[in-house]
Design a protein around this ligand. Structure first.
Ligand code: SF4
Length: 179
């Protein structure tokens, strides 16, 4: 089955790697996709699975006001708190994709998040009150929990907006075909 031109290799990427239009106001670093990251994945012959943007889906596109005005809910805190059901629903959609690909013998090479994000940071995130610190974003926390429940074990790496070039080797390593 599926013995056509496809590589049967896919990678899961944070939504905004393909679409910075989903970013919170003032935080888009590219007009659209992050070109070098997309090129690196394409060159490796790996399909790009765009995960949903949890902030867009659970908090809306104009979510900046939720941080600076009135009630300061914090994005990471909201995704793990009052919007947790929404976060879990999105994470389960990703689990479903992974399960389907793996069931059919495809290789899911891993997850590429976005460090610094309160949602999609892997090793570095943003907390209400203390700001940027080492840690994992709310969506990635829930995704890792849902993966664990489903018996899925995948490596997580991350890009970083202003240091995307320094992160590129790790991304190339992730998508490279293992011998
Ligand atoms: S880092 Fe995650 S939450 Fe933030 S814009 Fe990108 S996909 Fe959306």
């Amino acid at each position: 089955m599926f013995s056509d031109k496809r590589s049967k290799r896919v990678v899961l990427v944070a939504h905004c790697i393909l679409n910075h239009n989903a970013r919170i106001d003032t935080c888009a670093y590219f007009p659209g996709a992050m070109p070098e990251i997309v090129e690196a994945i394409m060159e490796a012959g790996v399909g790009i699975v765009q995960m949903p943007c949890p902030e867009l889906q659970c908090l809306g596109l104009d979510r900046r006001g939720r941080i600076v005005d009135g009630e300061d809910i914090g994005i990471r805190e909201a995704l793990l708190g009052k919007e947790r059901a929404c976060t879990e629903k999105l994470a389960r959609l990703v689990v479903r994709d992974v399960t389907e690909y793996q069931k059919q013998g495809f290789e899911v090479v891993g997850v590429i998040g976005n460090d610094g994000s309160p949602a999609c940071g892997v090793d570095y995130t943003h907390y209400l009150g203390t700001g940027y610190e080492p840690g994992t974003g709310g969506f990635m926390v829930v995704l890792q929990e849902e993966f664990k429940k489903a018996g899925i074990d995948l490596p997580f790496v991350a890009t970083l907006d202003h240091e995307w070039d320094e992160r590129l080797p790790r991304i190339k390593e992730l998508v490279a075909k293992k011998k």
